[in-house]
Design a protein around this ligand. Structure first.
Ligand code: CU
Length: 502
């Protein structure tokens, strides 16, 4: 088997559909005789030993962490670390409530942690050192055992600190989809596709050229009266982009037929960038945020998605042609962040078409319960204010991050009492947007920059530059609970807090 075949199989295996539905056919370029050979290849280091297709019985998986070469495009191959020679790793698909055993084999020289993002599971298997999860030792192995809940689009990724090593933690290819199917799936779609947004070959720069600048019309309730004039430090940037393991144009297109409803499971697996994507002439009907169904599914032209977040959306394929599903910023799209969407019988069209979408702001609150219908939020037992500030590192240094005036670790500032209802108010007193992630819990979005909402359950929320977000949660998952910005550099340099249960 050559590398290209191997990678093709990798692309194919991140796509799946429940039995009885049409299966996406990225693997169909392989001749029938090739597939059994690939499955028996020793390079197929990740195996699904007994993934349950029934409700009873545990799903058993093996993940092998190892260095790999990733062919992003012809003549563009990079070295990284992945799960079993793939990035994304294999799609892990289980039923809600199913027991899951994952044996992780670590073929690298450093201890690793695999975090199960968005699951409600105990601290000792959640996959964070700070919560007391034991590491997968270097050249060792460890089994993670948990019950798959709640249903929805979850994912798994390295939770190792990287600090200044841009070849560790979430800078590597250690990420994959974990789909927890609900007991009853209405299945109102014809095709299902998993799309992970990524950058590669991270480097440090004071030029923040990749990011979308804050919109000056934002309310910015946390903006200080006097701007910080200290020079900014080094930020993480990247020259290469992909969706799944391929740069735009290098992989198989997403093949669709007119009239199909395609369910897209979008994941931002980036270590550093918020992304905005569009599919010209089409709209996304957003069904779920972070895997949790939203009260008001809405049609949007642009999806904004931050590191850690997931968006599940249906696209009705009603504009025959060959299109680019891609990042709005030209630099990101032309450097690889896109995938061709090809309608059947349209292959004669020479070029896939990109058109900039109508300008639109991403606003979580449109997916919430309409204000007149929403019951008032129950009064919280306690409100915890969290203030986030940047200490600029200057031209040769790294920015540091403060939570309530201190870099991680704190003392005992953040304590939950089991069964109590908490309101967390996130005050972002910095000029960057931050995707804030709470482990082992879901929270309900209550307010964003003064706009009230209800019914949106998330585990990661973007708090815009100088913005404010308020979320409610019930402390019902005893055990150490990590909270952090999902940008790897920010979390490594102070932007974390550990909640304890009293
Ligand atoms: Cu951050």
């Amino acid at each position: 088997m050559n590398r290209r075949d191997f990678l093709r199989l990798g692309a194919a295996t991140v796509i799946g559909a429940p039995a009885g539905r049409q299966r996406l056919t990225l693997a169909e370029s392989l001749s029938p005789g090739q597939i059994p050979a690939l499955l028996h290849s020793p390079m197929m280091a990740i195996s699904e030993r007994n993934a349950g297709d029934a409700n009873e019985g545990a799903a058993d998986f093996t993940l092998r962490i190892a260095p790999m070469i990733l062919e992003l495009a012809p003549q563009v191959a990079i070295s990284t670390i992945g799960y079993g020679g793939k990035a994304p790793g294999p799609l892990l698909r289980v039923r809600e409530g199913q027991r899951v055993n994952v044996e992780v084999v670590n073929d690298t020289d450093v201890p690793e942690y695999v975090h199960w993002h968005g699951l409600l599971i105990p601290s000792d298997v959640d996959g964070a050192e700070e919560e007391g999860t034991p590491p997968v030792p270097a050249h060792g192995r460890r089994e993670y055992r948990f019950t798959a809940k709640p249903a929805g689009s979850r994912w798994y990724h390295s939770h190792t600190a990287a600090m200044l090593d841009l070849h560790r933690g979430s800078y590597t290819g250690q990420f994959g989809f974990l789909m927890i199917d609900p007991a009853h799936d209405p299945g109102l779609y014809d095709q299902e596709v998993f799309l992970a947004l990524r950058e590669w070959q991270y480097f440090l720069s004071t030029q923040d050229q990749d990011e979308t600048p804050p919109d000056p019309s934002d309310p910015m309730p946390e903006k200080p009266a006097t701007p910080d004039s200290r020079p900014n430090g080094l930020e993480v940037s990247a020259p290469l982009y992909s969706i799944n393991d391929k740069m735009l144009g290098a992989g198989e297109p997403l093949r669709v037929q007119s009239g199909q409803r395609v369910l897209m499971h979008l994941l931002n697996a980036s270590a550093s960038q918020i992304h905005r994507i569009a599919l010209p002439a089409h709209k996304f009907q957003v069904l779920a945020l972070d895997g949790n169904p939203v009260p008001s599914p809405q049609l949007v032209s642009v999806i904004e998605i931050a590191p850690g977040e997931r968006v599940d959306a249906i696209v009705e394929m009603n504009q025959p042609g060959v299109w680019i599903l891609g990042e709005l910023r030209d630099v990101a799209r032309t450097s690889g962040m896109g995938i061709v969407v090809e309608y059947a019988n349209q292959q004669k069209q020479q070029r896939a078409i990109w058109l900039p979408p109508p300008s639109a702001r991403w606003d979580y609150t449109i997916f919430g319960q309409p204000a007149p219908l929403a019951a008032p939020h129950p009064t919280p037992d306690e409100t915890i204010d969290m203030v986030f500030e940047k200490v600029p590192g200057g031209p040769h240094g790294i920015n540091r991050w403060l939570v309530n005036g201190k870099e991680y670790p704190h003392e005992r500032e953040f304590v939950f009492r089991q069964g109590r209802r908490y309101r967390l108010v996130f005050h972002n007193r910095s000029d960057d947007s931050h995707p804030l992630h709470m482990h082992r819990h879901l929270f309900e979005l209550v307010e964003l920059n003064g706009k009230p909402t209800a019914g949106i359950m998330k585990d990661t929320v973007i708090v815009p530059a100088f913005g404010r977000a308020t979320v409610d949660l019930v402390a019902d998952q005893p055990g150490l609970t990590l909270f952090h910005c999902h940008l790897q550099q920010h979390m490594d340099f102070g932007f974390m807090a550990l909640f304890r249960y009293a």
